[in-house]
Design a protein around this ligand. Structure first.
Ligand SMILES: [Zn+2]
Length: 151
C-alpha cells in the first residue's frame, strides 16, 4: 500500500527549508536572521506535531539561501535542525547544523564589567560542546556562560 504523506506546510519551489526546530524557536530564528526585513516570502509552521510525539517549528523561505555563517549562529537556537536546499520542489542538499568554534556578534557578554560592553568591539565567544550541553566563553573577559543574551 502506498503511504501518503501530507505536508503540514506548503512546499516551496526554490529556496531553503529549516526543519526540526524546537517548538518556540522558529520566531526567534526569523528575527535573528531578519527574514521579515528582507521582504522574503516565508511559510512558517509553528507547534507542528512530529512522529515522535513532540512539537517542532519549520521555516520555509522562498528564493533564499542560508549562508554558512548564519547556519553556525542558528546552532544555539536549534542544534538538531536540518537545513534543506530546495530546487524545483526537490531537496538538492540536506545537512545538519554543526557547532561553531566561535560566535561573533551574536550575544552580548553577561558580565557587566566586561570590556566588550563599553568598547566598540564585536562580541566574541568560544563555543564548548560537551555532554552537559553548550557553554560559551567570552573572548574578552574569559568568563563562561550557559545562558546568553542576544546582542
Ligand atoms: Zn565578557
Amino acid at each position: 500500500m502506498q503511504k501518503t504523506h501530507k505536508l503540514q506546510v506548503e512546499a516551496i519551489q526554490k529556496g531553503t527549508v529549516i526543519d526540526h526546530i524546537p517548538a518556540g524557536q522558529g520566531l526567534k530564528i526569523i528575527n535573528h536572521l531578519q527574514l521579515m526585513d528582507k521582504k522574503l516570502r516565508l511559510t512558517v509552521g509553528l507547534n507542528l506535531p512530529t512522529s515522535s510525539g513532540e512539537f517542532k517549528d519549520i521555516i520555509k523561505v522562498n528564493e533564499w539561501h542560508l549562508a554558512d555563517s548564519e547556519a553556525e549562529n542558528l546552532f544555539l537556537f536549534a542544534p538538531d535542525a536540518s537545513i534543506n536546499q530546495i530546487d524545483d520542489y526537490l531537496v538538492v542538499k540536506k545537512y545538519k547544523m554543526k557547532a561553531p568554534k566561535e560566535l561573533k556578534g551574536v550575544f552580548k557578554c553577561r558580565n557587566h564589567n566586561c570590556i566588550s560592553l563599553t568598547e566598540s568591539v564585536t562580541s566574541k565567544f568560544l563555543v564548548d560542546q560537551s555532554e552537559q550541553g553548550l557553554r560559551l566563553q567570552c573572548h574578552y573577559c574569559e568568563r563562561w556562560f550557559r545562558d546568553w543574551v542576544f546582542v
